[in-house]
Design a protein around this ligand. Structure first.
Ligand SMILES: [Fe+2]
Ligand SMILES: [Fe+2]
Length: 177
């Protein structure tokens, strides 16, 4: 069972249009390798990319944009394949936040055929941090927003859950006392 954060839809269901659009990527070894790397909080890089991919798909579909490119580039947008928490940039190299979109694009090009639109979505998803990587397509503007929205959910929801669990435990203790 595969779910995007905040959704109960099983994304492994082959009857879903979303699944049809990304089915080959969901079985690809390089893409699955992202499961090995933590991203935000308890969320792996793969889960983050799945979250972004699904909401990209939904938003693009809603606005009659290219939902296929949104879904596929979303799933590939952070394919940099290292743990950014412990990554040390080489001498003269800029920090992860500035470089990883380019690294992901290179890895994607090494493994898949992608369109210009998909390349733009991947390469410029860190705008406006990468201020010179100005989005060329509306689908790229979608990922700029969706990526930040998912990052926020991935950081906040686990913390809220932990606070909720702590309160429940406190409540249980108070009842016993
Ligand atoms: Fe990113
Ligand atoms: Fe991301």
């Amino acid at each position: 069972m595969l779910n995007a954060i905040g959704s109960k839809v099983d994304l492994s269901d082959s009857n879903l249009e979303y699944h049809y659009l990304v089915a080959d990527l969901l079985e690809n070894e390089t893409v699955l390798k992202m499961m090995e790397f933590p991203h935000h909080g308890d969320t792996t890089c793969f889960q983050h990319c799945l979250n972004v991919s699904y909401y990209n798909y939904k938003v693009c579909r809603f606005f009659s944009l290219n939902e296929r490119a949104g879904a596929r580039a979303g799933l590939l947008h952070d394919l940099f394949l290292y743990d950014w928490h412990t990554y040390k940039p080489a001498k003269g190299e800029r920090l992860h936040g500035f470089t990883h979109a380019g690294t992901a694009l290179k890895n994607v090009r090494d493994n898949f055929y992608i369109s210009d639109l998909e390349a733009d979505i991947i390469e410029k998803h860190m705008f406006p941090l990468n201020i010179t990587a100005f989005p060329k397509y509306r689908e790229t503007l979608v990922i700029v927003l969706v990526d930040k929205y998912c990052g926020l959910l991935e950081t906040v929801i686990p913390r809220l859950r932990r606070v909720g669990t702590a309160f429940k435990k406190l409540g249980a203790k108070a009842k016993k006392a």
